[in-house]
Design a protein around this ligand. Structure first.
Ligand SMILES: Cc1cc2nc3c(=O)[nH]c(=O)nc-3n(C[C@H](O)[C@H](O)[C@H](O)COP(=O)(O)OP(=O)(O)OC[C@H]3O[C@@H](n4cnc5c(N)ncnc54)[C@H](O)[C@@H]3O)c2cc1C
Length: 450
């Protein structure tokens, strides 16, 4: 009897351009799909309620797509390695195919599964698929990671990318008793945020095509118009692999979207750093010996969007409501937390991970570090003045009006830094710090450090 193969889906929840799936099908063995809800990830809260909902949407969509080929997607929950091994033994699988991933947890479980395969008589095959170019494809001459974005980008854009793969014509399936949808019902807690995007490959493709047709050509100018909300919002689909990063990049390049493709490169840039330094999910990439302020009251006001800085409050409230925040505003609120309140970037990144639909260890932790000055940026003392950012990128105050309704009737000239009288009348808080004083303190402590 021919022994079957298992395609273990992780964060490559698509049938289009999925190298692991294509290779599994190419074995010509009967195939079944598997997704394991990993208790370790659920317990670490790396899968917040917003992302859980999006994940479940995405899995349902994938299940339907596979069903068209007559292939079952099996769901299990528990220890990821044990559950995968258990299924492999149940169906006497010969091979397991999956996309390689690069966080500490992903690496550890991939390694443990390989060992389990040696013991239990199945082979593990890892494939690319979570990035345009996998970490290590381009490296500096010493073989380590690129630390500066621009040289990485120059190599990345000129590298020879693989060709996107066709969806298989047909897939042989293995018949297996299915556990059904109970797992979903048990895991689907109430979302934290009311206004979430729907997950899945089908949704992702529609969004991608509609957004590209409308916005790609003016992305460079439009992306910083905070109020107009013109960026793609593809990040959650990219994070879970509902759409292929390679296909997105190629489609954008064909349509002249070079500025957009450069942004996609940041995603790969941070992934290749995480691959070499998986500890940076918690540790400073460069230890700058900062001493952080432990003030929990200030941290709470920042989290709730009650700092008295309208652009910061707007961003923090958008995060609570949509599990999303505009990219430029992410930089402003992160700078405010670390440079104005002198609070540890880990507090901020943890709060982001709790709500973000696109919460991603590489992009989140390393962007936080970039802003905090502990990361890869060659200038550690980058400071975003919240009021100037607001005047420049939300000129008529539409973004603030949308998220800080107390200020919705305030004039565009006043809205970025309302007077004491307006604050009193609108019941909007006073600023919790003086920006210039806070920055002077930061500079007096750290401007000598490099
Ligand atoms: C403090 C902070 C935390 C962040 N946390 C995350 C996170 O957890 N997950 C995440 O995907 N992005 C994160 N980003 C990066 C960026 O803000 C988001 O990717 C972007 O805002 C998502 O919106 P979009 O899809 O509309 O972006 P677009 O402007 O349409 O960009 C297209 C795609 O390019 C990629 N991209 C753009 N900017 C960056 C960047 N700076 N770093 C990495 N990739 C980028 C994303 O995949 C994005 O979907 C963070 C940025 C900061 C400053």
């Amino acid at each position: 009897m021919i022994r079957p193969v298992i395609m273990v889906f992780t964060r490559d929840l698509r049938v289009r351009d999925n190298p692991a799936l294509v290779e599994a099908v190419a074995t010509k063995r009967p195939l079944c799909g598997l997704f394991v809800f990993d208790d370790l990830i659920i317990k670490n809260n790396n899968l917040n309620s917003n992302r859980m909902g999006f994940l479940i949407d995405s899995l349902k969509d994938l299940e339907l797509s596979l069903k068209k080929f007559g292939v079952d997607l099996i769901f299990r929950r528990g220890n990821w390695v044990e559950e995968t091994t258990k299924l492999a033994k149940e169906i006497n699988a010969e091979e397991i195919h999956m996309s390689a991933d690069f966080s500490l947890i992903a690496k550890k479980r991939q390694e443990a599964l390989s060992k389990s395969g040696d013991l239990n008589g199945f082979k593990i095959f890892q494939h690319q698929g979570v990035s345009v170019l996998e970490p290590g494809f381009v490296t500096p001459t010493d073989g380590s990671e690129y630390k500066i974005f621009t040289p990485y980008y120059r190599r990345w854009i000129k590298a020879s990318w693989r060709k996107p793969l066709e969806v298989p014509d047909s897939i042989k399936s293995v018949s297996i008793e299915k556990d059904g949808f109970q797992i979903f019902e048990e895991l689907k807690r109430k979302n934290f945020s009311p206004d979430l995007l729907k997950g899945g490959e089908s949704e992702g493709i529609v969004r991608l095509n509609e957004w590209m047709a409308k916005e790609l050509n003016s992305y460079e100018k439009g992306r910083d118009d905070i109020g107009a909300d013109r960026t793609s919002r593809l990040s959650p689909y990219l994070h879970l692999g509902c759409i292929s990063p390679l296909e997105v990049a190629l489609q954008a390049l064909k349509l002249g979207g070079d500025a957009f493709v450069r942004q996609l490169c940041w995603r790969d840039f941070y992934l290749q750093i995480l691959d070499q330094r998986p500890d940076v999910s918690r540790n400073d990439y460069r230890d700058r010996k900062y001493t952080w302020n432990q003030d929990l009251d200030l941290l709470t006001l920042w989290k709730k969007g009650q700092t008295g800085f309208p652009i910061v409050d707007a961003g923090m409230r958008q995060l609570l409501s949509e599990g999303f925040m505009h990219g430029r505003v992410r930089m402003v609120v992160a700078s405010f937390l670390t440079k104005d309140l002198h609070i540890d970037w880990r507090e901020g990144s943890q709060h982001f991970m709790k709500y973000l639909l696109d919460g991603d260890i590489a992009s989140n932790q390393l962007n936080w570090q970039w802003v905090a000055g502990t990361g890869t940026d060659s200038n550690p003392h980058r400071i975003f003045n919240p009021t100037r950012q607001s005047e420049k990128f939300d000129e008529d105050g539409n973004y603030i009006r949308r998220w800080v309704p107390e200020l919705k009737d305030v004039d565009s000239k006043e809205i970025h830094e309302p007077s004491s009288e307006i604050r009193l009348e609108k019941k909007y808080p006073k600023p919790i710090v003086d920006h210039h004083e806070a920055i002077a303190i930061y500079k007096s402590k750290y401007s000598g450090s490099r």
